[in-house]
Ligand binder design. Structure first.
Ligand code: ADP
Ligand code: MG
Length: 443
């Protein structure tokens, strides 16, 4: 009988293993142990509630079809949560480390918590990953690499992880630093001849949050040091979270570093869609004790779309104005208070035609050339740039955008986008040309 129970769970595992990635299986299922089993009772040991939720929320149907069900048609599973292992005691041995410990107040923004992070399709995945990491540091995705454009919530999510770790894992030693601060620490330690101490300090952490890793580019010595520290921590299953404005492969870093950063989970944080932006506006204004109607929230969200920090700037300005003037926020007030900001961020509605026009003017070629299929170098390059900008700046499916280029396919568009993404990193002239096309767009 017991044999059957083991097989049922194993069969379930075998089935799951085939249907998900190796990393996902390793990250989640390898942490679940069947500790007791009869024909109608399965006791699973999990390291934390998060793994339990993950299993129940994502594999309910599969569990129900492999394991026996109770009267309520629910799989007969009981969970026990593993007792947390006692943390190794790391008594500071030198005055220096004591000093660091005292100073080790994490400078986390109190408002950057998971509760204040508004979810939408563009950030749901990365938020769940960050949440998972915060619940079980070192046990799910390691490292977690979050990348995305400016003002889209990377630092917010990283601090949210910090808050949760501080609250839920009080014994863990955590540090949240910007890449610049890390470099400064190293520079100072070189001056003070205390490099070993600083290295020891970083290597004794349980959780390391590093913001804006792009600043490690072109700092070869520091990169190597960072990479050594990174490996030392990861090898001990210590959690690392990194943010960046680009994915690892687009950073000008050594292959070793790039590969290391791709070891765990690389997650993108995108531009929030209209509804999410509206929800952010309403949430942020409530936090400020300020009431913004839905109509006004939409008005702002439709006009500021690329950067949540700018949205926040607009809300701050409006709320301050309303507060000082003792005046409710009206559309007129929005238009006059935010006039400059809105003109700045929404110079003109960008359309596929305006991108194509601007590329044609900048590169002195005709529209028919850009939409045609000539492989002549200059024309092909201009076409790729137009495709790149269209994908970057417009919403809509790839196929839809591609169809404007004489009926090309989404894979051609994607290929062009990737190529320009790579080249733009190395080629300053290309970068300036693209900026010129963008500038022409906004006139
Ligand atoms: P990044 O580090 O990606 O440049 P930040 O994390 O500093 O961006 O975010 C910029 C501002 O926008 C912060 O005030 C942050 O709270 C806010 N923000 C970004 N995304 C969200 C979101 N999804 N929900 C709530 N606030 C957000
Ligand atoms: Mg940031």
């Amino acid at each position: 009988m017991q044999e059957t129970s083991v097989n049922a769970w194993n069969t379930f595992l075998q089935f799951i293993q085939k249907s998900i990635s190796e990393t996902e299986f390793e990250n989640w299922f390898s942490q679940i142990n069947l500790v007791e089993h009869t024909d109608d009772r399965y006791v699973l040991k999990v390291p934390n509630i998060f793994v339990q939720q993950y299993l129940l929320e994502n594999y309910k149907k599969e569990l129900a079809s492999f394991l026996p069900l109770d009267e309520k048609k629910q799989p007969c599973i009981e969970f026990v949560i593993e007792e947390p292992k006692a943390q190794e005691k790391k008594t500071p041995t030198t005055p220096f480390i004591q000093e660091v410990k005292k100073e080790q107040k994490l400078r986390l923004n109190p408002l950057y918590t998971f509760d204040h992070f508004i979810e939408g399709p563009s950030n749901q995945f990365v938020k769940s990953a960050a949440f998972g990491v915060a619940q079980a540091p070192g046990k799910s995705f390691n490292p977690l690499f979050i990348h995305g454009g400016v003002g889209l919530g990377k630092t917010h999510l990283m601090h949210a992880i910090g808050h949760t770790v501080l609250e839920k894992h009080k014994k863990l030693k955590i540090e949240c630093i910007t890449t610049e601060a890390f470099i400064n620490d190293l520079v100072n330690s070189l001056k003070n001849k205390s490099v070993d101490k600083i290295k020891r300090h970083y290597r004794s952490l349980d959780v390391l949050l590093v913001d804006d890793i792009q600043f490690l580019q072109n700092r070869i010595n520091f990169e190597e040091e960072f990479c050594n520290m990174f490996e030392a921590l990861i090898n001990q299953n210590k959690q690392i979270v990194i943010t960046s404005d680009k994915p690892p492969s687009h950073l000008k870093l050594s292959e070793r570093m790039t590969q290391r950063m791709e070891w765990g989970l690389v997650a993108n944080i995108g531009v929030p869609d209209l509804e999410t932006r509206v929800a952010i506006i309403q949430h942020k204004s409530e936090l400020k004790g300020c009431n913004i109607s839905e109509q006004i929230a939409f008005y702002i969200a439709e006009r500021i779309h690329q950067n949540v920090r700018q949205i926040e700037g607009a809300i701050n300005r409006l709320c301050a104005f309303a507060h000082i003037m003792h005046h409710p926020i009206t559309l007129d007030m929005v238009m006059s208070t935010l006039k400059e900001l809105l003109e700045q961020v929404t110079p003109k509605l960008v359309s596929i035609d305006s991108i194509i026009d601007s590329v044609c003017t900048t590169f002195e070629i005709s529209k028919s050339q850009i939409k045609g299929s000539s492989r002549q170098k200059e024309i092909a390059k201009a076409r790729q740039i137009a495709m790149y900008l269209a994908k970057e700046m417009l919403e809509g499916s790839l196929n839809q955008i591609a169809s404007h280029f004489g009926g090309k396919t989404h894979s051609t568009l994607l290929h062009a986008w990737k190529k320009i993404c790579q080249e733009i990193q190395k080629d300053e002239t290309l970068k300036r040309q693209i900026e010129m096309v963008q500038k022409n767009l906004s006139q």
